[in-house]
Ligand binder design. Structure first.
Ligand code: FDA
Length: 309
């Protein structure tokens, strides 16, 4: 019930100012976002790697509205890739990029600017022997994002795609993307979307997730099962078995700070598990989406504000 209002607030500048300056908000932020600097991101990555977990790093920042800000984001990615390489972490760590953070929303030239910027990040990632995955944002960007992905894959076929089971189109997108060498992250989708393009009930989103997962597991690409949902994690294991997939020919992905004991349990059982680790000071939109997903997170947030202010 709270999901829609919270997702609406995730776009409110006024609420953003209030929440980001409130004393005590850093407690909840640290639970989901382990640091603001590149150095702290690398440190948190090393701790996860020591527990046998893979990582994808996301430099927070979305809806970039000027070229200079997009350039800052690109440089941050280049810098963190260098740091990961120096720390010997690139075998287990890649990066995730939101095209809106590197210029996609900059008017008519946006798609070309973000393609150019994403290409620079892909080139730097390849230089240090790792990869990039292009995050999925709201449905108005899906076509542009998948077009950009196809352009990137001409030079960097290792670039990962992200699709959202909440969108009605996604089973078809999975069919198009389930080819050899194609890394595809399947998530439910974190944005408030209209009925014309998206399933509205959790049950329908979950059923779509299973249909999409079946396509990806039976295809010849590399499925990345991004969910915390215990039922879907079990179904993924079952579908992988039925498709005769060995462990390591697909992976589970969970967000930093969410079900950490499950992340380690899956890894101990021999599965590849990647933790999506967001970092940076622009954490507001990300945090609000996490709060919208789970009322318990909201209680935790309220409690940490009350105890620290
Ligand atoms: P959902 O939120 O429906 O929860 C299902 C069940 O999971 C719950 O009933 C509970 O049992 C368990 N669970 C969930 N949260 C829990 C918690 N905090 N503690 C304990 N149990 C919990 N979205 C997007 O639009 N674009 C993107 O690019 C990405 N990228 C991405 C990467 C990765 C690695 C992940 C895991 C997720 C994303 N997402 C995303 C976010 C995604 O779309 C979705 O919003 C969240 O993952 C929440 O959905 P769940 O699948 O976890 O299920």
């Amino acid at each position: 019930m709270l999901r829609r209002p919270l997702l609406a607030l995730s776009r409110s500048d006024q609420v953003k100012r209030l929440v980001t300056t409130m004393p005590g908000s850093s407690g909840i932020v640290a639970r989901f976002v382990p640091g603001e600097s590149n150095a702290s991101a690398v440190e948190a990555t090393a701790a996860l790697a020591a527990d046998g977990l893979l990582v994808t790093l996301d430099r927070l920042g979305e809806d970039t509205l000027d070229r200079a800000q997009a350039r800052v984001t690109v440089h941050a990615y280049l810098d963190v890739l260098t740091r990961l390489s120096q720390a010997g972490l690139t075998a287990s760590t890649e990066v995730s990029v939101k095209l809106s953070a590197v210029g996609q929303a900059l008017g008519p030239d946006g798609p070309a600017i973000s393609l150019d910027n994403a290409r620079r990040v892909c080139a730097a990632a390849r230089e240090v022997a790792t990869t990039v995955t292009i995050d999925a944002e709201d449905h108005t960007t899906t076509d542009a994002t998948l077009d950009t992905l196809q352009s990137l894959r001409k030079d960097f076929p290792e670039t990962g795609a992200v699709v959202q089971s909440g969108l009605r189109r996604t089973e078809g997108d999975c069919k198009d993307l389930a080819y050899s060498g194609s890394r595809v992250r399947l998530c439910k989708g974190a944005y408030k979307e209209p009925e014309s393009v998206a399933y509205q009930s959790r049950a329908d989103v979950d059923l779509s997730y299973v249909r999409c997962l079946r396509v990806l597991m039976n295809g010849s690409g590399f499925p990345m099962v991004a969910t915390h949902d215990p039922r879907l994690i079990r179904i993924a294991g079952m579908l992988a078995g039925r498709a005769d997939r060995r462990q390591g020919t697909y992976e589970y992905q969970l967000l930093y700070g969410i079900r950490p004991e499950e992340q380690r349990r899956l890894a101990r059982s021999g599965e590849s598990v990647r933790v999506y680790l967001p970092y940076g000071d622009d954490w507001y939109g990300y945090l609000m989406r996490r709060l919208a997903e789970r009322p318990q997170n909201l209680t935790f947030f309220a409690r940490s504000l009350l105890t620290k202010s």
